[in-house]
Design a protein around this ligand. Structure first.
Ligand SMILES: Cc1cc2nc3c(=O)[nH]c(=O)nc-3n(C[C@H](O)[C@H](O)[C@H](O)COP(=O)(O)OP(=O)(O)OC[C@H]3O[C@@H](n4cnc5c(N)ncnc54)[C@H](O)[C@@H]3O)c2cc1C
Length: 458
C-alpha cells in the first residue's frame, strides 16, 4: 500500500485542453515517498506521468493510463545571495516574490506565473525576457532528480553524463525546447532541463538569481501600422540593456480592447519593452522620444513607467491575451492551435509574412499573432469556430512548422513537444537523431515508463 494517494481528476488535462485518464494519482511529500512510488511502478511496469502546475500547452503532463505523480508538496524555497533553492512545486510567482525581497530576480520570465519550477525546468521554458536572459536551462545551477531505478542524485553544473551520447543538430534560433539537448559529454543539468518529465523526476533545483538593476523602464508602445512596429523591432534589438521586446498585432489589440479601453483607437500593433537603467534620470530615457518619433509611434498615447506596479500592469496587459485564448479554447472544445515555432532572427519577418499570407487565405480574421518577437518566436493562435475550420487549423499548423524548419527554425521554442507536437519533431530531426534521443531515454528509463507518449509516440 503506497501512502500519499490523491484523486486523479485534477491532473487529467493541462492548459492546452488536451485530456487523458489515469488509474491512480499520488502526491508524495518527500523523496522517500517518491522513491516508494517509483519502485512500485518499476516493479509492476506501470507508466508514471509527472504533474507540475498544469499550465503546459502541449499535453505533456496529461497521462494516458498508469499513475500520476504530482509534485505539489515539494515546496522548499530558500533565497540566498545569487541563487534560490526551490522545491519542484514552488511557483514562478513565489520565486520572484521571495527573490524580490532580497533585491534579486530570476532572469527568464515564462509569462504564466502559476507554473511550477519543476515544470519550467522540465520544459526549458522561455518567456518574455528570453530576449535578454535566454531560457531556463541556462539559469539552473543544480538539479536533484529521482530516476526510475529509485536513485536520487543531485547534479551540479559542470558534472557531465557518464554514458555515450550522440550529438544532434541544433537550430540556429535563440531558443529551443524540442527534444533533448544532446552532445557528447553534455552536462547532466543541460540534459535533464527540457526533458519534459521523460528521463527523471525533478525534486529540487538551485536557480541563479540576478541583482535587480537600479531602475527599470517599462512601456507599451502603440503604432499606427504593423510595418512601423516591425521596423522598430529591427532597430530596437540593439538598444542597450533592453531586456524585453514583445509584440501584439492589430487583431490581438482588438481582442483586448473591450477590457482595455485606453488602447489608442488607431493602434494597429504594439511593442512591450523593458530596459535596465542606471537611474530614472539615465540619458537613455530621453532616447525613447526620438525612437518613438522615428517609427511614427503614438508618442502621447503610449504607456511608460518606472514602478514595479506599472510594469506589472503592462505584463498583465500582455498576459491577458494568451490567458483569454486558453479560456476560449477550453470553452469551444477545439484543441489549442497555437504555434511555438522560432526561426533565426534574420528570418523573423519571413515567418510573420508567411503566417499572414496563409492565415488570410484559409482563416481570414480568425487568428492573432503575438509574443516573443525579440527571439523571433511569436505565437500565431488560430481561432476556428467550426469543425471544418478546426481541420484547416490543424493543416495550417503543420504547414507553419514545415516552413519554420525550412528557415532553420525549431518546432518548439519554449513549450516543449509534449504529446500534441510529437509528429512535428519528425519535421525537424532525422530518424537517426530521434533514435539518439531514444538511446538516452532507454539508458535512463529502460521500460519507457516515465512520461509515456511525451516527445516519443507511446
Ligand atoms: C497563459 C499562458 C502563458 C504562457 N506563457 C509562456 C511563456 O511565455 N513561456 C513559456 O515558456 N511557457 C509559457 N506557458 C506554458 C507553461 O507555463 C510552461 O510550459 C511551464 O513550463 C509549465 O509548467 P507547469 O508547472 O505548469 O508544468 P506542467 O504543465 O504540469 O508539466 C509540463 C511538463 O513538465 C513535466 N514536469 C512538471 N514538473 C516536473 C518535475 N518536477 N519533474 C519532471 N518533470 C516535470 C511534466 O511531466 C510535463 O512534461 C504559458 C502557459 C499559459 C497557460
Amino acid at each position: 500500500m503506497i501512502a500519499s494517494s490523491v484523486p486523479a481528476t485534477p491532473y487529467l488535462e493541462d492548459a492546452s485542453g488536451y485530456r487523458g485518464e489515469a488509474e491512480q494519482a499520488f502526491a508524495p511529500s518527500d523523496v522517500q515517498q517518491l522513491r516508494e512510488i517509483v519502485l512500485a511502478a518499476s516493479a509492476k511496469k506501470i507508466p508514471l506521468t509527472i504533474a507540475g502546475a498544469g499550465t503546459g500547452l502541449t499535453g505533456a503532463r496529461v497521462p494516458h493510463g498508469g499513475w500520476i505523480v504530482s509534485m505539489e508538496r515539494f515546496r522548499r524555497l530558500e533565497v540566498q545571495s545569487g541563487m534560490a533553492i526551490c522545491g519542484a512545486a514552488v511557483s514562478l510567482q513565489e520565486l520572484q516574490h521571495a527573490a524580490n525581497k532580497a533585491a534579486q530576480f530570476f532572469g527568464p520570465n515564462p509569462t504564466e506565473y502559476s507554473a511550477s519550477i519543476g515544470g519550467v525546468v522540465a520544459t526549458n521554458a522561455g518567456g518574455a525576457r528570453g530576449f535578454r536572459f535566454g531560457s531556463v536551462r541556462g539559469h539552473v545551477l543544480s538539479l536533484e532528480v529521482t530516476f526510475m531505478d529509485g536513485r536520487t542524485i543531485r547534479f551540479r553544473r559542470g558534472e557531465r553524463v557518464d554514458f555515450p551520447i550522440r550529438s544532434i543538430r541544433r537550430p540556429t534560433t535563440t531558443k529551443n525546447s524540442a527534444g533533448y539537448f544532446l552532445e557528447p559529454g553534455v552536462e547532466w543539468v543541460d540534459l535533464l532541463a527540457g526533458s519534459e518529465g521523460t528521463l527523471g523526476i525533478l525534486t529540487e533545483a538551485e536557480l541563479q538569481l540576478l541583482p535587480i538593476p537600479p531602475a527599470i523602464l517599462g512601456g507599451i508602445v502603440f503604432f499606427p501600422t504593423d510595418e512601423d512596429a516591425l521596423n522598430a523591432v529591427d532597430d530596437w534589438r540593439v538598444v542597450p540593456a533592453l531586456r524585453l521586446l514583445e509584440y501584439l498585432d492589430g487583431p490581438s489589440l482588438d481582442l483586448l480592447r473591450p477590457m482595455q479601453p485606453d488602447i489608442p483607437v488607431k493602434a494597429q500593433a504594439a511593442l512591450l519593452i523593458e530596459q535596465d537603467l542606471e537611474s530614472q534620470n539615465d540619458e537613455e530615457v530621453d532616447c525613447w522620444v526620438e525612437r518613438l518619433a522615428e517609427h511614427h509611434a503614438f508618442e502621447n498615447e503610449s504607456w511608460f513607467g518606472f514602478s514595479a506596479a506599472e510594469r506589472d500592469r503592462f505584463a498583465e496587459f500582455r498576459h491577458t491575451l494568451p490567458a483569454m485564448i486558453v479560456d476560449r479554447v477550453r470553452r469551444n472544445g477545439w484543441p489549442k492551435f497555437g504555434s511555438d515555432f522560432a526561426v533565426p532572427i534574420n528570418r523573423s519577418r519571413d515567418l510573420l509574412a508567411y503566417y499572414r499570407r496563409r492565415g488570410d487565405d484559409l482563416l481570414p480574421g480568425q487568428y492573432v499573432i503575438f509574443g516573443h518577437i525579440g527571439d523571433a518566436n511569436v505565437h500565431v493562435n488560430l481561432l476556428p469556430s467550426t469543425a471544418a475550420q478546426a481541420k484547416l487549423g490543424e493543416e495550417l499548423m503543420t504547414d507553419f512548422a514545415r516552413y519554420a524548419v525550412s528557415l532553420g527554425g525549431t518546432v518548439a521554442a519554449e513549450h516543449g513537444i509534449g504529446k500534441t507536437k510529437v509528429d512535428l519533431l519528425k519535421l525537424m530531426y532525422s530518424e537517426s537523431e530521434i533514435e539518439a534521443m531514444r538511446d538516452v531515454k532507454r539508458h535512463l528509463d529502460p521500460d519507457c515508463l516515465l512520461g509515456r507518449g511525451t516527445i516519443f509516440a507511446a
